[in-house]
Design a protein around this ligand. Structure first.
Ligand SMILES: [Zn+2]
Length: 464
């Protein structure tokens, strides 16, 4: 489903819960098979699962910063894509207290990041089903020797979520792969006085009852699981509206006493980017500055998270460019990570070029002047390997690939390509082969030699 309406979803969830008798009457299809434990990603074979497609996640999260305790219920509305005897969710969060499918308790096994659920009666292909998982305890960040700390990260006054590539499983049961985007509603309950934000837009006002405050956030546009965020803690929040977009920024007061322009710069950068890349793909913008301690920023959807200090304009450009390239046009597999980082880095070069800084050509030349022995040339960005997902070449050689393409096809066709790439794959996933095909269509040129040299061949590529 491309675009879902949370209120309709709530009605659908209600009707599924009210009709357990119908589910009882059917023993399920006799040819049902177990769903696959992964979607076949070459870097993360257990990320995502087979046999169903999630339509909507409804997450109810109650968090107490002082004790780091989370009490949560995840309701997942999905549609079976085959007759299923059982299915998996990716999950590595606090202990599970109950699991039900279509309102009936369901047996499950939770092992090694996979939650395997066996519904009482098999699920029928093309029929929607509702999974409800309740869990409670203290969520832990994932600490990967190669990829660093990610997922649900407790902070000194709350928590922050940065889940790339597969950290969503640290805080909710999920089909954790960009190929299964869904809409979200997230209800956050925290002690009065604590601020809670998420990706997407607030629904109504926060409600305080019995010393706890609940706010609801809705993401209507398709969202990849790694881009869903929650931030809980002490924040100074600023809200305004640009022409059509709600802008919400939040800054941890411990980071800086003065706003370094995050709010206005985010709006300015988004307008500039929409001029170059086409219509902004989501319903709100913003940013969150928090003391997380992971040492990186992430382009969480509509509201990037910046760690530890106010971001530079260049970093805001990078993360907001990702809203088009990465968040709306997402990688078909994690091998395609350069499509995220090459485009976001090149957006920084374009901003600089159009705002009195270095031209993209000057940046390209400077990097290209590095000696043949520079490690940058050893690692082609088109297939960096799981442990080097965020290696420098993915960013800089990725951006150089786009500049080489621009030099080869000319400015007019290149900027047409940037817009068409965002438009034709809007809210979908795409691969390098898709980009090559579109670039050839837009330019009328054979470009596979250029792509092969820049993306898949080690050694310094010749200038185009
Ligand atoms: Zn990036």
């Amino acid at each position: 489903m491309r675009r879902t309406r949370p209120l309709l979803i709530t009605a659908l969830i209600g009707s599924l819960l009210l009709a357990p008798a119908a589910a009882d009457a059917s023993a399920g299809p006799p040819d049902a098979v177990p769903g696959a434990s992964g979607v076949g990603d070459p870097y993360l074979p257990l990320a995502g699962n087979g046999g169903y497609d999630v339509v909507h996640y409804d997450l109810d999260l109650d968090y107490t910063p002082a004790t780091r305790q989370l009490k949560a219920t995840a309701r997942i509305l999905a549609k079976a894509t085959e007759n299923l005897s059982r299915f998996n969710l990716d999950y590595q969060g606090p202990p599970i207290t109950s699991v039900s499918v279509n309102g009936r308790r369901a047996p499950y096994v939770h092992e090694g990041g996979e939650l395997v659920i066996s519904p009482r009666s098999a699920l029928r292909k093309r029929v929607p089903f509702l999974v409800e998982v309740s869990y409670a305890g203290s969520p832990q960040a994932i600490d990967d020797p190669a990829l660093g700390v990610y997922g649900w990260v407790p902070t000194d006054d709350g928590a922050a979520v940065l889940s790339e590539p597969d950290g969503a499983r640290s805080w909710y049961p999920v089909n954790d792969h960009p190929t299964d985007k869904a809409s979200y509603s997230i209800r956050l309950t925290v002690p009065d006085g604590v601020t809670a934000l998420a990706s997407g837009e607030p629904l109504g006002r926060a409600v305080s009852r019995g010393g706890r405050t609940t706010s609801t956030w809705v993401s209507r546009e398709p969202t990849a699981s790694y881009l869903v965020t929650v931030a809980i803690g002490e924040f100074t929040v600023e809200r305004s509206r640009t022409k059509s977009l709600l802008n919400i920024t939040a800054i941890d007061p411990k980071v800086s006493a003065t706003d370094g322009g995050l709010h206005q710069t985010t709006a300015t950068v988004t307008d500039w980017a929409a001029g170059l890349f086409g219509r902004y793909p989501f319903s709100s913008i913003g940013g969150i500055v928090d003391k997380v301690g992971v040492g990186y920023a992430l382009e969480t959807q509509t509201r990037p998270i910046y760690d530890g200090r106010l971001p530079s304009t260049s970093l805001i450009v990078h993360e907001m460019a990702h809203q088009w390239y990465g968040n709306s046009v997402s990688p078909a597999t994690w091998r395609e990570i350069w499509l995220n980082e090459g485009f976001a880095t090149y957006a920084e070069w374009l901003w600089s070029e159009q705002h009195g800084g270095d031209s993209a050509q000057a940046r390209f030349d400077r990097i290209h002047a590095r000696p043949d022995t520079d490690p940058l040339w050893r690692r082609p960005p088109g297939d960096p390997g799981r442990d080097d997902l965020f290696t420098g070449a993915v960013y800089s050689r990725g951006a150089m690939t786009l500049h080489a393409l621009r030099q080869t096809i000319g400015d007019e066709r290149f900027f047409t390509l940037l817009k068409r790439w965002a438009a034709e794959f809007r809210h979908r996933t795409a691969s390098t082969a898709d980009l090559l095909a579109l670039a050839e269509k837009v330019s009328g040129k054979e470009l596979d030699a250029l792509f092969t040299a820049w993306l898949y061949t080690s050694g310094k590529p010749a200038r185009p």
